[in-house]
Ligand binder design. Structure first.
Ligand SMILES: Cc1cc2nc3c(=O)[nH]c(=O)nc-3n(C[C@H](O)[C@H](O)[C@H](O)COP(=O)(O)O)c2cc1C
Length: 217
């Protein structure tokens, strides 16, 4: 698959087949993701691959804590968001709401679904050592960008899961990740359920005129 096709086709996958992923495929995926550039080639990402029963056990813990602490997917803003961001969030809810499984409330589907990695057989948990400042999160973001595109090219679906970062201590204890690491993001990985309506959604993007300004050309 060429890169333009992968970029244009990839979407977040929120329904997965009950089919394990071959270890060699995950290894290839991570090798490809690790081709991402990073400042001074520091490669600050640290990865824990959690699969099968271990993934399910982690999810049970996350769902329990999510309910106890009433945590919800949120924009992570430090002050009130300008209206155009609120609109984008509302638009996303509006296109996803009609295609969530019957009988589920939208917020429950997203919050429980996120903690369950939407039923994916593999959760990739990415952390960074606390010696680094927040500027190094850029490198992790690029790594994740490579990862989701490479996964798509390999026939795998992904969904980045930011919600889990609310449960730093719980995840570190459960997965034996040292105290001095920060969990940056999780990524659900699995074979997509192709017919699931939720997987057919294509989220919109603003035209580039909305976010680009030009000087000198
Ligand atoms: C940093 C980050 C965190 C995210 N966290 C979640 C999450 O916790 N739960 C979820 O369902 N989707 C999550 N997503 C997926 C976004 O909702 C999705 O990327 C966005 O709506 C655009 O849709 P697309 O990925 O299908 O293009 C996250 C994406 C990113 C990049």
């Amino acid at each position: 698959m060429d890169l333009f096709t992968a970029i244009n086709e990839r979407s977040s996958v929120r329904a997965y087949m009950d089919r394990p992923i071959e270890k060699e495929k995950i290894e290839l995926l991570l090798r490809l993701a690790s081709r991402a550039p990073s400042a001074i080639n520091l490669q600050p990402w640290e990865v824990m691959v959690v699969a099968g029963e271990e993934r399910k056990r982690l999810s049970r813990l996350l769902v329990k804590r999510m309910k106890e602490l009433q945590v919800s997917c949120a924009p992570g803003a430090v002050s009130k968001l300008p209206e155009h961001f609120i609109k984008r969030q509302r638009d996303l809810f509006e296109i996803l709401s009609p295609v969530i499984p019957e009988g589920m409330q939208f917020q429950d589907f997203i919050n429980e679904g996120s903690c369950n990695f939407y039923g994916a057989p593999v959760a990739i948990i990415i952390s960074i050592d606390q010696v680094f400042s927040s500027t190094r999160l850029t490198d992790i973001g690029i790594f994740v960008g490579y990862l989701v595109l490479a996964a798509h090219a390999l026939g795998l679906g992904t969904c980045p899961i930011g919600l889990i970062t609310a449960f730093q201590d719980e995840i570190k204890e459960e997965l034996n990740i040292p105290e001095e690491k920060n969990i940056v993001i999780g990524v659900a990985v699995g074979y997509p359920l192709k017919d699931a309506p939720i997987n057919k959604i294509k989220t919109p993007r603003e035209p580039i005129e909305k976010f680009v300004r030009w000087r000198g050309m």
